[in-house]
Design a protein around this ligand. Structure first.
Ligand code: F6R
Length: 358
């Protein structure tokens, strides 16, 4: 059942190159034709909401970032449990996009129903055929992750990232009548299975780095821009499977408070994959190192990382997609900390795979 792996989580991490390829195959054909969206009329849409929970919310933050880069409309991303009670202005000119692996999460479903009552157009991204979310939405796109057994999401998340990247490109071309970078991005997306494969081959190195965390109570993740979104997911993964308390901070916010937490041997996990801000993140990391932090640094190929001991690099990919390989490294880190501590990685305490109650 576990295909020779120790746990479902490890098996599912290793399935990522394949399921990413399948998800891409299902959606980029014919220059992103996406026939599932053929009835979608974007002419009156003047705002877009992404709504989701947990890991799917992190994938939605990524989609919000991409779409904001490519189209000139207000784009929001709200946790479903907040959206329900938050007096958001939803109307017939709103497109609401729901992201959910299971398609059964109570808050996400309630948010969908609320959006429909307010006459919004609704589109869901889910992994489960015929799920409640799929049945109730105007439009549905499926990730091709296959069944995910481990409670902590891995392959469902990375397939959401690639599918949402495709969807954002599609929406950008519908709204803008042609996105300049579309062909380049499609080509880059096709590199993702290989990029992820390369990260899986670094498993042993991440297992070594994980030892820095096994006796720690806390870990701090930092990044800027898209790297910040990746560290949100990295921190969630670490806390849910290894029970190490983990916080994610925007690197620029450190000096506004969190740096008070840094002392000798505190572990900081930093991402510097975004060329426009990487150097600023490096300066922030140096500030933590100066206070005795041990830094695990995930960086792009060309980033100067002189002076750092625990460095791992992602392949050369467009910075808008570097979160995909980077995420795999963060999954491995969480996994090996949990294994080293003897935690039940597939069934972390207090968590359920599908959260069908509020
Ligand atoms: C974390 C995790 C959860 C889910 C969340 C939403 O690893 O899996 O945070 O992402 O409960 O679940 P879905 O995507 O089924 O709506």
């Amino acid at each position: 059942q576990k295909g020779g792996y120790d746990t479902f989580m490890q098996k599912e991490m290793h399935e990522q190159p394949y399921v990413i390829k399948e998800t891409l195959r299902a959606h980029i054909e014919n220059n992103l034709a996406m026939p599932e969206l053929s009835g979608l009329d974007v002419s009156k849409i003047n705002q877009i909401y992404y709504v989701a929970c947990g890991t799917a919310y992190h994938a939605s933050l990524y989609a919000q970032y991409l779409l904001r880069t490519w189209i000139d409309l207000p784009i929001y991303c709200i946790s479903a449990s907040e959206f329900r009670y938050g007096n958001y202005r939803i109307d017939e000119n709103t497109l609401c996009i729901f992201v959910s692996q299971s398609g059964e999460t109570a808050d996400t479903l309630a948010a969908l129903k609320l959006s429909k009552e307010n006459k919004a157009q609704t589109l869901s991204v889910t992994n489960v055929l015929g799920s409640s979310l799929a049945r109730l939405s105007d439009y549905v796109l499926y990730t091709c992750a296959g069944p995910e057994i481990a409670v902590a999401s891995t392959k469902a998340y990375t397939t959401q990232l690639v599918l949402l990247a495709c969807l954002c490109l599609k929406l950008a071309s519908l709204f803008n009548k042609g996105v300049v970078c579309k062909n380049h991005m499609i080509n880059q997306l096709k590199q993702m299975p290989d990029a992820v494969e390369q990260m899986l081959a670094q498993e042993e190195k991440m297992a070594e780095f994980a030892k820095l965390l096994t006796n720690q109570k806390d870990a701090y993740f930092i990044g800027r821009q898209l790297d910040y979104l990746s560290v949100l997911e990295g921190a969630l993964k670490l806390k849910e499977v290894s029970y190490v308390h983990a916080d994610a901070y925007m690197a620029g916010e450190l000096k506004h408070g969190p740096i008070a937490l840094i002392e000798k041997d505190t572990v900081v996990i930093a991402l510097a994959t975004q060329p426009s801000v990487a150097q600023k993140t490096i300066s922030n990391i140096l500030e933590t190192a100066a206070r005795g932090a041990k830094v695990i640094l995930i960086a792009s190929q060309s980033q100067n990382t002189e002076g750092f001991e625990y460095v791992i690099r992602i392949p050369d990919v467009d910075p808008l997609l570097s979160c995909i390989p980077a995420t795999v490294l963060l999954q491995e880190l969480a996994y090996y900390v949990a294994k080293e501590k003897g935690c039940d990685v597939d069934k972390p305490r207090n968590l359920a795979k599908s959260v069908t109650v509020e």
